[in-house]
Ligand binder design. Structure first.
Ligand SMILES: Nc1nc2c(ncn2[C@@H]2O[C@H](COP(=O)(O)OP(=O)(O)OP(=O)(O)O)[C@@H](O)[C@H]2O)c(=O)[nH]1
Ligand SMILES: [Mg+2]
Length: 353
């Protein structure tokens, strides 16, 4: 039995058991999630995505450490209260990433033993769509369990990862110099989902070029960005930890956000405070503009629709039986009927049953 009160009370073993059940898609997990759902909606969900090897795990590790520590107000920077943190590392390409997941665990050992940090790796078992849904449910459980910040790491390569990232309130797209074709990653639709662009490995040559390439793409995507794209980077590369293109919405400004570009060196924990400030600013922006509620609604609409589709399809299969579906497929394969007509007729037939 899953102990929902224990999960709500912050019992880590009860939480871990629940997450395993969620990954296995059990009925007990569904029942527990239904009970937990009213307690969700509190956490700030931060997606971290980007090409393989750009330093996402290293960044997540450092972000978690900084979030745990909090910060005293200093030099005009506001104080940040220490936060509890959960990390979900999603690895859709499991065939060769068993090792990478282990690597993530090892890299995150700085965080082990801290009761306010919870780390979970997820690999795909079935379909990628299934992984996206399981990830969403794992995040809900962590949210209900009371974690302030939930960091979700995904490898930014395909639609499924984009879907997972879309579940976050604030999405960080992590690039790094020397990964080959920077533009390639931008083309893959990552720029559109970025709330904050991170150029990690800024200690390596090519960091300035990566920032320039990103800024050029941003200028195309957000013409308004030019007004704020002040070049504070000097001539030799991005100033570490400097926000290169910072949105400064004026009071009463519209509900837009131009993604800032933040340069970091994760392995030396440089630029992390600036990155966290950008994350805080984005959260404040979401709240101030009503965008938080809008995104939440959009995400829930998406989830409701996808679950409804599954329910209806299962019900349809059930009512029609395999023979009717097979007969229709035969007709489509023989070019006697087109797929659209076949689907319409099957649906109409099922609804009459
Ligand atoms: N020079 C340099 N190396 C870094 C930096 N951040 C991470 N690395 C190294 O880059 C490699 C990949 O880092 P990860 O954090 O595993 O990158 P990742 O994006 O999580 O990788 P995948 O999960 O496999 O996609 C590791 O060897 C890190 O030590 C950085 O700021 N500078
Ligand atoms: Mg990683």
């Amino acid at each position: 039995m899953l102990d929902v009160p224990a999960v709500l009370g912050g019992d880590r073993r009860a939480l871990a058991r629940l997450l395993t059940q969620i990954e296995n898609g059990t009925a007990a997990a569904e029942a527990a999630l239904a009970e937990l759902y009213p307690h969700t909606g509190q956490a700030h969900l931060i997606g971290v995505t980007g090409p393989p090897g750009s330093g996402k795990s290293s960044l997540v590790n450092q972000l978690a450490l900084c979030l745990r520590r909090g910060r005293a107000a200093q030099g005009g920077l506001p104080a940040r209260a220490p936060a509890s943190v959960a990390v979900v590392a999603v690895d859709p390409s499991s065939p060769f990433t068993g090792g990478a997941i282990l690597g993530d665990r090892i890299r995150m050992r700085d965080l082990a033993g801290d009761p306010s940090v919870f780390i979970r790796s997820m690999a795909s078992r079935g379909s990628l769509g299934g992984l996206a849904r399981a990830t969403g449910d794992v995040v809900k459980a962590l949210d209900a369990a009371g974690f302030d910040k939930i960091l979700i790491e995904t490898v930014g390569a395909g639609q499924s990862e984009v879907d997972i990232a879309r579940a976050a309130h604030t999405t960080l797209v992590v690039e790094a110099p020397g990964l080959g074709d920077d533009v390639q990653a931008i083309k893959a639709g990552l720029l559109e989902i970025a709330d904050i662009l991170v150029v990690n490995k800024s200690d390596l040559p090519g960091a300035a070029a990566a920032v320039r390439a990103l800024r050029a793409s941003l200028d195309l995507a957000h013409p308004a960005a030019r007004r704020w794209a002040t070049d504070s980077t000097g001539h030799h590369g991005p100033a570490l930890g400097s926000v290169v293109a910072r949105p400064e919405p004026e009071a009463g400004a519209g509900p837009w956000w131009v993604p800032p570009i933040v340069a970091t060196v994760a392995i030396e924990s440089q630029g992390l405070e600036t990155l966290l400030d950008a994350i805080d600013q984005h959260q404040a922006h979401l709240r101030a503009t009503g965008e938080l509620a809008r995104r939440e609604r959009e995400r829930l609409a998406h989830e409701l629709e996808s679950r409804l589709r599954d329910q209806l399809l299962a019900e349809l299969r059930d009512r029609l039986g395999p023979l009717a579906l097979d007969a229709a497929l035969n007709q489509v394969a023989a070019r006697e009927k087109d797929p659209g007509s076949a689907a319409r007729e099957l649906a109409a037939q099922a609804l009459r049953l």
